[in-house]
Design a protein. Structure first.
Length: 177
C-alpha cells in the first residue's frame, strides 16, 4: 500500500481465524494446528509452525462427504459435513435457527457425533497436534459441546491413531473482515 508502506494480504476468513488461534490463541505453542469453524458454513485450515499451510485451491473441510448412504440428509441434499452441522443448513432443514433448539435436545449430541466423523478425517489427513473449534455453533449458546465432540472423535478413530487435543477457540468469532 503506497499510503502506509506496508504489504496487504487478503486471506480466507477461516484461515485467518485459524492463524490467530495457532499463534495467539488455543493452539499457541503447538506445531500443527487444525482449525475448524462451524457457523453459517464449515471452514478450516491447517497451520504449521505459525504459517498457513500451502494449498493449491484452499481448504474446504465442510465439503467432505459424510452421509454416504444419505440416511440423514436424504437424496436431495449433498451429504457433506457442512450440510450436517452448519447453522444455515440446520435452519433450512428444521425451519428454525439452531439457537432456538434447547440445549437439552438430543439434536446437539447428534451434531457432535456428525462433527466427530469429519474431525476423524481431519486427524487422518492433517495429523494435527490440536484441533481448535470455533464459530457460532461451537462458542454460541446453545452450542455443540467440545467435550462431546472429543468423546465421539475418540470413538471414530477407534485406537488406530491417538486423538489429538480438541479444544474451543479462545479468540472469539470475529476473525473475518
Amino acid at each position: 500500500n503506497k499510503h502506509f508502506s506496508v504489504p496487504i494480504f487478503i486471506e480466507n476468513d477461516s484461515a485467518v481465524a485459524g492463524l490467530g488461534e495457532a499463534v495467539y490463541g488455543a493452539g499457541k505453542g503447538l506445531e500443527i494446528v487444525a482449525y475448524h469453524t462451524v457457523s453459517t458454513g464449515v471452514g478450516g485450515v491447517k497451520i504449521e509452525n505459525g504459517d498457513i499451510d500451502m494449498a493449491s485451491a484452499g481448504f474446504e473441510p465442510g465439503h467432505q462427504i459424510l452421509d454416504i448412504d444419505r440416511t440423514v440428509l436424504g437424496d436431495d441434499i449433498l451429504p457433506s459435513l457442512e450440510n450436517l452441522v452448519s447453522g444455515t443448513a440446520l435452519a433450512e432443514r428444521f425451519g428454525m435457527p439452531a439457537y432456538e433448539i434447547p440445549e437439552s435436545d438430543v439434536f446437539w449430541d447428534e451434531l457432535a457425533e456428525y462433527l466427530a466423523q469429519g474431525l476423524g478425517n481431519t486427524v487422518m489427513y492433517w495429523s494435527p497436534d490440536v484441533i481448535v473449534l470455533g464459530g457460532s455453533m461451537i462458542i454460541g449458546d446453545p452450542a455443540i459441546k467440545v467435550d462431546t465432540v472429543r468423546k465421539y472423535t475418540v470413538q471414530v478413530l477407534d485406537g488406530f491413531v491417538e486423538c489429538p487435543l480438541i479444544i474451543e477457540a479462545e479468540l472469539g468469532d470475529e476473525a473475518g473482515l
